[in-house]
Design a protein around this ligand. Structure first.
Ligand code: NAD
Length: 383
């Protein structure tokens, strides 16, 4: 069965869906592996390394896709402006596409895939259940983002993170405040703590307290009367009254922090705005905010995607696609997630799709010419 890995064409993307070290795993599963020439280059994986691992390198993208049964991608298929054609038009009808398809953000992609007759699975809709942990690509990539966010903050901040005792006096540790203690937030807390900062973590879910404290940070608590945790351990959207109480607490901690990292999100909803203009103005000049939720609308009122906003001496960073900046390890982790999903979709070298399986059902977007993913279909029907 032919499995293909095209070169990602999104200009800001450095990751690749297959790494040389894991190529033999696909071959052992019964696949013939074809990779577009240069697909791993931006992640520092040369064609020769894939070839040595048993993959065939293909220069023409038409030849690559011809007779492909499975296509592995990172980013959603998009219009190739250089060729003036859409990547979806290259995928053979009835082939399987797996990648971050982002159909909850751009449902039109699902419509195009259904029209083309492609069966597609999206890595951003894998259910967050224990059995699917090894396939949870949102988590592996969020972890990379949380780590990188702290390094970016450390680069921009004009202060040391650790406490230093020097002949020129003692320097106190930097204060880092992390808002949202999910996957990205916990990795940010761990990284800032390792760099020697004094770290505080905040989350609307009281259950996060233990995890924050186990990483050596102080948990900032807000007493709310309402339930803040939904099914599956995710946060719920809170009432305006709860948001007001939350903001009062956040205000004091933001004002005292040298670095604020925001990662709060509720699945399927716009990110809550938790750091407003007034809070940014209460921070010391020279402080830094990194808003990881910027692509979901932002947790900070002043953040903008892809821009460093300067306000009263505070830098508000809205860098997007941070996992791409750690292309080697992000690709490696993503590839492991894909292999785990393929383990569920392929039996003895043949596709074996069991739509009764919660994971298969949860991440299948299109099948048999229709959009089968409920939330994506709802968005299409609302249009
Ligand atoms: P997650 O669901 O694991 O964590 C989000 C956390 O936010 C949860 O713990 C939740 O309880 C908390 N939260 C929700 N509402 C809150 C509120 N009102 N107050 C306080 N906490 C609240 O998500 P994640 O995988 O860690 O991702 C976090 C964010 O980082 C997302 O917006 C994600 O898209 C983003 N991200 C950005 C990049 C990038 O490159 N910029 C890369 C990966 C992830």
């Amino acid at each position: 069965m032919k499995i293909v890995i095209p070169r990602e064409i999104a200009p800001d993307e450095r990751r690749v869906a297959l790494v040389p070290a894991l190529t033999d795993r696909l071959i052992k599963m019964g696949f013939e592996v074809h990779l577009e020439a240069g697909a791993g280059e931006k992640a520092f994986f040369p064609d020769a390394a894939y070839q040595d691992a048993g993959a065939q390198i293909v220069s023409s993208v038409e030849d690559l896709y011809r007779d492909a049964k499975i296509v592995l991608k990172v980013r959603p298929p998009m219009l190739n402006k250089e060729r003036n054609s859409h990547e979806i038009d290259l995928i053979p009808k009835s082939a399987v596409l797996i990648g971050f398809l982002e159909t909850l953000r751009v449902p039109e992609t699902a419509e195009l895939l259904a029209k083309r007759g492609v069966t597609s699975f999206s890595m951003d809709t894998i259910p967050r259940i224990s059995r699917a942990q090894s396939m949870d690509a949102l988590s592996s990539q969020a972890s990379a983002a949380g780590y990188k966010a702290v390094l970016i903050a450390a680069e921009v901040a004009h202060k040391f993170f650790p406490m230093l005792t020097t002949a020129a006096g003692t320097i106190p540790p930097a204060k880092v405040f992390v808002i949202g203690a999910g996957v990205a937030g916990l990795q940010a807390i761990a990284t800032a703590h390792r760099l020697g900062a004094t770290v505080e973590g905040f989350d609307i879910r009281p259950a996060a307290k233990g995890e924050v404290e186990s990483l050596g940070a102080k948990f900032v608590q807000v007493e709310l009367e309402e339930e803040t945790e939904a099914e599956g351990g995710y946060a719920k959207e809170v009432t305006a009254e709860a948001e007001r109480k939350e903001q009062e607490v956040i205000h004091q901690h933001v004002a005292a922090a040298d670095v604020v990292i925001t990662t709060a999100q509720v699945p399927g909803a716009k990110a809550p705005v938790l750091v407003n203009r007034g809070m940014v103005e209460a921070m010391k000049p020279g402080s830094v905010i990194v808003d990881l939720a910027v692509e979901q609308g932002g947790n900070c009122e002043l953040s903008e995607p892809g821009v460093n906003v300067e306000h009263n001496g505070v830098t508000v960073i809205g860098r997007v696609n941070l996992p791409s900046a750690l292309s080697v390890h992000s690709s490696q982790m993503y590839c492991r997630n894909l292999l785990a999903l393929l383990g569920l979709l392929v039996k003895e070298g043949e596709l074996n799709l069991n739509f009764e399986d919660e994971i298969v059902k949860g991440c299948c977007i299109t099948h048999d010419g229709a959009v089968v993913h409920e939330r994506t279909a709802e968005l299409i029907n609302k249009k």
